[in-house]
Design a protein around this ligand. Structure first.
Ligand code: IPE
Ligand code: IPE
Ligand code: MG
Length: 248
């Protein structure tokens, strides 16, 4: 098990993204309702957020609810939305105490009005915090985000405000929900599933992927340290050869 001292602070990933998976299986393993797993996942969120802020990670994005999750049973969706409202309300003070700014990506208009209001309030309150940005992906999917960006760009071309020659990677990135954020350098997924599930497809082009069998409610800061240490042991070549990287 990793300890904090094994991490090289000078080469931290600037942005860590997490697919928090396995709440349902965690609960079922103890004969409990899936919703109990979601409630128990809040502790893992708190620990991960705190640990990232303490280390000096600039951005942490947590995949909390996907576009596809709207297809779950109504009972579970309602429980997740209620949990979202109570968690935001309960954690805003901690965000303030730790100088953490809250942001969201995804179709937040699709969320119940109570959740929208709670999020808006927390975002406003924490807007000038500078230590770390915590981004919650809510009603988010990458294909939704890219489709929206393509629509916006097409409208600009149609109206004559933009010429097709000026469509480049920077312009596309600036139309995504993550505009202005650095791309995630490390993507963590818990629960042993080795897939991306429609998360940040554009942004993770060169992210290092880290998978752990731990179920999300069991994930703690030591597991985050393990992931960061694994990240720091990898050679990131970005298409170049190993020799080129070493001579830089
Ligand atoms: C992740 O845990 C939380 C959300 C997707 C909201 P799951 O609810 O997907 O748990 P498993 O994967 O079914 O165990
Ligand atoms: C991905 O988990 C979405 C979130 C963690 C919010 P899922 O559990 O929904 O993913 P799949 O359906 O197993 O791919
Ligand atoms: Mg799952």
């Amino acid at each position: 098990m990793a300890i904090k001292e094994d991490i090289q602070i000078s080469s931290l990933p600037a942005h860590i993204a997490v697919i928090m998976d396995g709440n349902g299986r965690w609960a079922k393993a103890q004969g409990k309702l899936r919703t109990f797993g979601h409630e128990s996942g809040v502790k893992a969120v708190r620990d991960t957020v705190e640990a990232c802020a303490e280390l000096g990670v600039s951005y942490l994005t947590l995949y909390a609810f996907s576009t596809e999750n709207w297809n779950r049973p109504k009972f579970e969706i309602n429980a997740l939305m209620t949990l979202l409202v109570s968690t935001i309300a309960g954690e805003t003070k901690t965000l303030m105490d730790n100088n953490i700014r809250l942001d969201t990506i995804g179709d937040t208009n699709a969320l119940p009005s109570k959740a929208r209001r709670e999020l808006e309030e927390a975002k406003k309150k924490t807007a000038s915090n500078t230590r770390m940005t915590l981004v919650l992906a809510l009603s988010y999917s990458s294909r939704w985000e890219i489709t929206k960006a393509v629509k916006e760009i097409s409208e600009k071309v149609k109206s004559g405000d933009l010429s097709p020659e000026n469509v480049n990677e920077q312009l596309i990135a600036s139309h995504l929900n993550t505009a202005g954020m650095p791309d995630p350098e490390l993507l963590i997924r818990t629960s042993g599933e080795h897939r991306i599930s429609n998360f940040l497809l554009w942004q993770i082009s060169y992210a290092e992927l880290y998978f752990t069998d731990k179920l999300w409610p069991d994930f703690r800061r030591e597991d985050l340290y393990d992931a960061i240490i694994s990240f720091q042991q990898r050679e990131r070549r970005f298409g170049k050869t190993s020799e080129q990287i070493k001579t830089v």
